[in-house]
Design a protein around this ligand. Sequence first.
Ligand code: B12
Ligand SMILES: *[C@@H]1O[C@H](CO)[C@@H](O)[C@H](O)[C@H]1NC(C)=O
Ligand SMILES: *[C@@H]1O[C@H](CO)[C@@H](O)[C@H](O)[C@H]1NC(C)=O
Ligand SMILES: *[C@@H]1O[C@H](CO)[C@@H](O)[C@H](O)[C@H]1NC(C)=O
Ligand SMILES: *[C@@H]1O[C@H](CO)[C@@H](O)[C@H](O)[C@H]1NC(C)=O
Ligand SMILES: *[C@@H]1O[C@H](CO)[C@@H](O)[C@H](O)[C@H]1NC(C)=O
Ligand SMILES: *[C@@H]1O[C@H](CO)[C@@H](O)[C@H](O)[C@H]1NC(C)=O
Ligand SMILES: *[C@@H]1O[C@H](CO)[C@@H](O)[C@H](O)[C@H]1NC(C)=O
Ligand SMILES: *[C@@H]1O[C@H](CO)[C@@H](O)[C@H](O)[C@H]1NC(C)=O
Ligand SMILES: *[C@@H]1O[C@H](CO)[C@@H](O)[C@H](O)[C@H]1NC(C)=O
Ligand SMILES: *[C@@H]1O[C@H](CO)[C@@H](O)[C@H](O)[C@H]1NC(C)=O
Ligand SMILES: *[C@@H]1O[C@H](CO)[C@@H](O)[C@H](O)[C@H]1NC(C)=O
Length: 428
Amino acid sequence: MRQSHQLPLVGLLLYSLIPSQLCKICEVHKENYSCLNPLISTMINSKHTRGIQDANVLLSFRLVGIQKQDVEQQLIQHIKDKVARKGSDLTSGQLALIILALGECQNPDKKFIDDYHLVSQLEKKFQEEIENMGAHNGNPLTNYYQLSLDVLALCLFNGSYSIPKVAELFDPENKNYYFGGQFSVDTGAMAVLALTCLEKNVTNGQIKIDSKDLECIDNHIKSLVKKILSEKKENGLIGNIFSTGEAMQALFVSSNYYNESEWDCQQTLDTVLKEISHGTFSIPTAAAQIFPALIGKTYLDVNKDSPCSNNFNISTCESVTPTDSPSNISVHYSVKINETYSTNVTVLNGSFFLDVMTEAQKINETIFSFTMVETSWGPYITSVQGLSANSSKRTYWQLLSEGKPLSQGAGSYLVHDGENLEVRWSKY
Ligand code: B12
Ligand SMILES: *[C@@H]1O[C@H](CO)[C@@H](O)[C@H](O)[C@H]1NC(C)=O
Ligand SMILES: *[C@@H]1O[C@H](CO)[C@@H](O)[C@H](O)[C@H]1NC(C)=O
Ligand SMILES: *[C@@H]1O[C@H](CO)[C@@H](O)[C@H](O)[C@H]1NC(C)=O
Ligand SMILES: *[C@@H]1O[C@H](CO)[C@@H](O)[C@H](O)[C@H]1NC(C)=O
Ligand SMILES: *[C@@H]1O[C@H](CO)[C@@H](O)[C@H](O)[C@H]1NC(C)=O
Ligand SMILES: *[C@@H]1O[C@H](CO)[C@@H](O)[C@H](O)[C@H]1NC(C)=O
Ligand SMILES: *[C@@H]1O[C@H](CO)[C@@H](O)[C@H](O)[C@H]1NC(C)=O
Ligand SMILES: *[C@@H]1O[C@H](CO)[C@@H](O)[C@H](O)[C@H]1NC(C)=O
Ligand SMILES: *[C@@H]1O[C@H](CO)[C@@H](O)[C@H](O)[C@H]1NC(C)=O
Ligand SMILES: *[C@@H]1O[C@H](CO)[C@@H](O)[C@H](O)[C@H]1NC(C)=O
Ligand SMILES: *[C@@H]1O[C@H](CO)[C@@H](O)[C@H](O)[C@H]1NC(C)=O
């Protein structure tokens, strides 16, 4: 009789001490690992020219246990070069990703983190984000996705930061979780990972914090998880296909905040596998962001002291390039600021949005001029007609087709004959 009283108590204790062991995680079964080959090929064939893509890929390689010496060495060299060359130009989230990637599992590159004082550099950059919020109407230098990466890396790598400030900033009602009124699942998911890292350190007794802050953080996680789940679609995707991997990670580490009936993990997994076979994750960063969740890993598993694992035998796959006989297509292209400027553009079938913009620029250099920067997702449009996006003002150039925002960028969205394309000056 007494035992039946004590069991739940013991259970509760275990529950709070080792929450990670009770996570329900659905994952791709080992016998089906070949379904993941397209992701591996995409990451291996990455061209190492795009912003912070290398850190995304390296982090994924190490976290899921893909050992491919030559590729890994190349990634590491690029990352180190980038830090040495433009360390202070890196954004806070870029630096955080680099720390996570270089610091994951026992490897000789960890020394680099100390040699270049990357953690204290990150502390400084995180502080600058907060200062920008103070000076510019609550807008960080970058965004909350990156602030979450910052907190996560500082938490995992013993950086210092103000916990009450984090508790205050990451309030789920903060506008920075939203773009154009829409909850950003990627952002919310990254915040859940960061806040859960904090909470775990408290439960493990590694750090002590005010119980008011702990309760606050706990409530934030609870309500963010609710918002993430409310973005679940009928086919199981959460947000869109590109946010689903990070949403899965967030749900893995927060399973005591929702009921089993609220999320069919297997359904989500099946839909993602279908999308992999359709070639949806053709960008290395997209492949890198979805991969960990598919084998039950999360960014909270980044551990500087665990041995590096090897779970995959790489069979080198060749990418097939479709060779269609070239034909021309015609699309309608508009730039919308207050006025709308339009033109018809002819491009080869199989062209991307960016090709249309380039052709339009040839037609009229004044009204269709634009600039872009390479990022981990490909070219990001920074200005059109000389008008520049600015995070401190929450302005950007939105890409649309038939009046609907695209879920891909200018460098990867394939245009169709007769399509109406638009770049629109917008606030988020
Ligand atoms: C914040 C954010 C934005 C902000 C960026 C400005 C800011 N304040 O930082 C805003 C709201 C303006 C934005 C715009 C867009 N975004 Co966005 N964005 C993100 C988010 C949440 C975080 C990016 C980040 O900071 N990464 C971390 C840092 C360390 O990496 P980084 O490479 O240095 O980050 C820069 C780039 O990612 C760039 N960026 C942001 N979005 C996009 C999208 C594309 C296609 C490109 C090339 C670059 C880019 O801005 C970051 C800061 O400078 C990601 C989510 C994710 N999972 O990555 C989505 C995400 C990257 N965005 C996405 C999309 C589709 C867009 C838009 C194309 C939407 C549209 N229809 O207009 C536009 C970009 C149009 C353009 N001008 O080229 C998709 C990309 C999917 C894909 N397969 O390409 C993502 C994955 C969201 C999603 N789940 O759909 N975005
Ligand atoms: C492997 O995938 C197939 C089809 O995609 C599925 O029917 C099967 O159940 C999977 N195996 C396991 C062990 O999950
Ligand atoms: C991180 O901090 C904890 C507690 O302060 C300490 O025990 C641990 O040794 C530190 N780890 C590293 C790698 O500095
Ligand atoms: C917090 O936890 C992480 C992972 O469990 C650990 O690496 C880190 O050192 C901890 N931080 C502190 C300050 O103890
Ligand atoms: C789970 O469901 C039960 C009853 O169905 C409810 O009482 C409880 O609050 C739910 N828990 C969460 C975390 O939503
Ligand atoms: C990789 O291949 C070797 C030899 O074929 C095999 O012994 C090993 O089990 C494989 N490892 C994995 C993770 O599949
Ligand atoms: C496509 O159009 C361009 C000029 O608009 C022309 O030079 C080219 O021959 C056309 N190509 C095809 C395959 O029709
Ligand atoms: C658009 O029009 C509004 C109202 O006339 C004006 O305040 C704003 O500056 C214009 N925006 C641009 C980018 O020209
Ligand atoms: C573009 O083509 C469509 C028909 O294909 C035509 O109605 C429209 O007037 C053209 N627009 C411009 C700006 O030339
Ligand atoms: C463009 O190419 C796709 C497949 O590559 C084909 O289905 C489509 O009919 C082509 N369109 C035109 C107008 O040639
Ligand atoms: C470009 O467009 C502007 C505004 O419509 C016009 O004044 C200018 O003459 C055009 N330039 C060319 C080269 O067509
Ligand atoms: C962005 O806007 C802020 C606030 O108006 C301004 O201080 C800053 O210089 C602008 N940044 C760029 C790159 O134009």
